[in-house]
Design a protein around this ligand. Structure first.
Ligand code: UD1
Ligand code: UDP
Length: 371
């Protein structure tokens, strides 16, 4: 394929940290191929946390809507993305818009493309809890994109089955693995070190993240109290918590962990640092989506601080445990992993339900063939 007419214009859209981490390997793969004219649009739903990833993966966006506002709500994000997307899509008229996962950036961009009858490709398609408020609003964002997309790139067989059971045509659903594994191959380095590891010393390190909208408030408070109690009760355990930039999360973390010398609240880590901190950790406590996949693939026991998960593969494999957010349950699950060696060993097996790190290549091959 070499003639100018056959070059297909692809607009890759993302706006937050996790989308950037998982779309960057795909952007690089698509850009290698002369049959594609690849443009990258960031909505800027996140700013600092997005820019950290763009720096690491050396991606310079062609378009940046810079929409982020402090304490933005879902209406702010939705209207800002939509208003900006209309002009860009009309001007650029791409042959395909690629979105990722479940953010409001992804859903609204897919909806905008649909309004102009531009085909949408959905990367990381088919993850489901079938509980519309958990995760919120991500479950509906995902299902919504599923309705709009022409190409569904499902990371696993489970995700494919969800899509088929909803009536998607089998010929439009492709199991590709998850591009997060492509990213992990790039970031985890055996020789990695960090000055904070001296502070951890020989103690066992718990790595923490938390940001889910539905957890902000009481649920986050009760889970933080459990972690605080664990740190008081175990003198060979320390915690590092790179705190999400959401002001509501930061306020609560500062309040509960204030004065504790066994936990370090730090700024969000760059993705290379974060993946290597995961590798160093004894265990992980998180309500994140992507970290569940990374933990399964690195063989790091992770307690999922949520009531549901759209990533059942890691639970089935034994690396993840869904523990909810109550102080009692989170404390008991931590205690069990800290005290019971057998339990710890059982959860430490690396399984890789998310493919072999070739997801970007597979997705690019499919687009090349089908578009
Ligand atoms: C968003 C996504 C969520 C994803 C998460 C990844 C939606 C509805 N939510 O949630 O699916 O799991 O990103 O982290 O799409 N902020 C900054 N700088 C940044 C990033 C955030 O200051 O670089 C602050 C801002 O005050 C912002 C707030 O964090 O208003 C919340 O950001 P927002 O994108 O609305 O929600 P997240 O919880 O990050
Ligand atoms: N991550 C990071 N720095 C941090 C915390 C997380 O780079 O300080 C990475 C992590 O490795 C994963 C992604 O950010 O790839 C997850 O993002 P987040 O938890 O914000 O979003 P979710 O996956 O829940 O949508």
């Amino acid at each position: 394929m070499s003639s100018k007419e056959s070059v297909r214009k692809i607009l890759v859209v993302f706006g937050t940290r996790p989308e950037a981490i998982k779309m960057s390997p795909l952007v690089h793969e698509l850009k290698k191929r002369p049959e594609f004219d690849v443009r990258v649009c960031v909505t800027g739903q996140h700013r600092e946390m997005l820019d950290q990833v763009l720096d690491v993966f050396k991606i310079t966006p062609d378009y940046d809507f810079s929409i982020m506002k402090k304490n933005q709500d879902l209406f702010d994000i939705t209207t800002a993305v939509m208003n900006n997307m209309r002009g860009l899509l009309k001007e650029l008229s791409p042959d395909l818009v690629l979105v990722h996962g479940d953010t409001t950036t992804a859903f609204v961009s897919a909806l905008s493309a649909f309004y102009l009858q531009i085909p949408v490709g959905h990367v990381e398609a088919g993850l489901r809890t079938y509980d519309i408020y958990s995760p919120y609003p991500e479950e509906i964002n995902r299902q919504g994109i599923g309705l709009l997309a022409s190409f569904h790139f499902a990371p696993t067989e489970t995700a494919r089955k969800n899509l088929i059971s909803e009536g998607k045509k089998p010929q439009n659903v492709y199991v590709t693995g998850n591009t997060v594994i492509d990213a992990l191959k790039y970031t985890v380095q055996k020789e990695y070190n960090n000055p904070l590891f001296d502070w951890v010393g020989k103690d066992r390190l718990i790595l923490i993240t938390a940001h889910r909208r539905e957890n902000i408030g009481d649920a986050m408070r009760t889970m933080f109290i459990a972690i605080h109690n664990i740190l008081n009760d175990y003198d060979d355990v320390k915690a590092i918590y790179p705190v999400h930039l959401n002001p509501k999360v930061r306020e609560l973390a500062n309040e509960i962990f204030d004065g504790s010398d066994r936990i370090r609240l730090i700024e969000p880590l760059g993705v290379v640092d974060f993946h290597n901190f995961m590798d160093k950790a004894y265990m992980i406590l998180t309500d994140s989506g992507g970290i569940q996949e990374e933990a399964s693939s690195l063989g790091k026991p992770a307690l999922v601080l949520r009531d549901t998960t759209e990533r059942p593969e890691g639970i089935a494999a034994g690396t993840l445990k869904l523990v909810g957010t109550s102080t009692e349950k989170v404390y008991a699950a931590c205690k069990s992993l800290l005290d019971d060696k057998n339990e710890y060993e059982k959860m430490s097996k690396s399984t890789n339900p998310y493919g072999n790190g070739q997801a970007s290549k597979q997705i690019a091959d499919i687009i090349e063939e089908k578009l």
